[in-house]
Design a binder for this molecule. Structure first.
Ligand SMILES: Cc1cc2nc3c(=O)[nH]c(=O)nc-3n(C[C@H](O)[C@H](O)[C@H](O)COP(=O)(O)OP(=O)(O)OC[C@H]3O[C@@H](n4cnc5c(N)ncnc54)[C@H](O)[C@@H]3O)c2cc1C
Length: 308
């Protein structure tokens, strides 16, 4: 199937206005970096999500699923594939007692806010993680002592062979920033979260406190993808980077944050190549200085040496 025919078929599945060509990924990543994706789709229903993936797989066209792009570095040359974005268009949140049924595109902030208004506690930890439920599920997002696995009881997923399956918490095999779904190439469609009853004012106060702590420590006024490196056992990345004398160091428009040295930020017109060069520089200097090998946490799309 040629590119034009693919776009026509995708428009039949997802709707005329839900499919675009040459979509700049800089507009869909919190780093505000990344060249164009050949085809970009934002389906609105589970049926359309599944049909989109199946069409791409049958046509042997590479396809990727995107949430809010808050853990991604996309190459300057862009992506020769179909990007399926599950965010605002696929974001219903339904309450049944202490349980929330949430579509994958709902943002953590919205889920936390709906839970709070309903007097449901347990998702406060994620209120400031700027991604979707799908992104949180795939990598067991966590903050301030809470992790996605603490509240998720089941997921609904699309498998690479086109089956829609229910995945229990046990099957999800969540560990630090990892899950079975990630390893197996599942698309997360929805999650079931079990929360506990509490006073909305008290829940809101906990979220406000976490927001204050984030704003104090993190460079939230600059584009980034959060912590750039995974936390090495027994160390804090920020401290290692600072001790290696790298606070504020720049490569092109990419910079080690002055405020939190575990964050690399886009200090203005950074390219993906700048960020990659800075990642390598930080890895080298930290290794020379401490013997600790830092491993990127941010996922890299469209690079020759991409691992996942
Ligand atoms: C300022 C800032 C602070 C942050 N703080 C934290 C923090 O405290 N804790 C933390 O864990 N993370 C943090 N992050 C990183 C990021 O927000 C999380 O990793 C988040 O879970 C990513 O979700 P996303 O929707 O943005 O995913 P994306 O960045 O869009 O995608 C990331 C990966 O998830 C996959 N994915 C997305 N949606 C789905 C889906 N529906 N099905 C299958 N795969 C999917 C993508 O294919 C990709 O591999 C922070 C980021 C920023 C910018």
């Amino acid at each position: 199937m040629d590119a034009q025919a693919l776009v026509l078929e995708l428009k039949k599945i997802a709707g005329e206005d839900a499919v675009r060509s040459d979509e700049p990924m800089a507009a869909h990543t919190t780093f505000q970096i990344g060249g164009p994706a050949d085809v970009f789709v934002e389906p609105r229903t589970e049926q359309a999500v599944c049909a989109t993936f199946m069409l791409c797989r049958q046509a042997d066209v590479p396809v990727r699923v995107l949430g809010l792009g808050s853990d991604l570095l996309v190459a300057d040359a862009g992506l020769r594939c179909v990007v399926v974005r599950l965010a605002e268009n696929f974001a219903t949140i339904e309450r049944q007692g202490n349980v929330l049924q949430v579509q994958a595109g709902a943002s953590n902030a919205d889920v936390a806010q709906v839970a709070c208004a309903a007097g449901l506690a347990g998702y406060e930890f994620a209120s400031g993680i700027p991604g979707t439920i799908g992104g949180a599920a795939i990598m067991n997002a966590g903050a301030y002592g809470g992790e996605f696995k603490d509240v998720a009881v089941a997921l609904r997923c699309l498998t690479p062979t086109g089956e829609v399956v229910d995945v229990s918490a046990e099957e999800a095999a969540w560990s630090y920033r990892h899950s079975m779904m990630d390893a197996a190439g599942y698309v997360v469609l929805a999650a079931t979260l079990r929360l506990t009853s509490d006073n909305p004012a008290v829940i809101q106060e906990r979220m406000d406190d976490l927001a204050r702590r984030r704003a104090e420590k993190q460079p939230l006024d600059m584009p980034s993808a959060g912590s750039t490196f995974k936390r090495p056992e027994g160390h804090f990345v920020g401290k290692l980077v600072q001790e290696a004398g790298l606070r504020g160091v720049r490569v092109g428009g990419a910079q080690v944050s002055e405020k939190h040295t575990g964050f690399l930020v886009n200090a203005g017109d950074a390219t993906a190549a700048d960020v990659c060069a800075l990642i390598e520089l930080v890895q080298e200097r930290v290794y020379e200085h401490t013997g600790v090998q830092l491993e990127p946490e941010v996922r890299r799309w469209g690079f020759e040496d991409e691992e996942r």
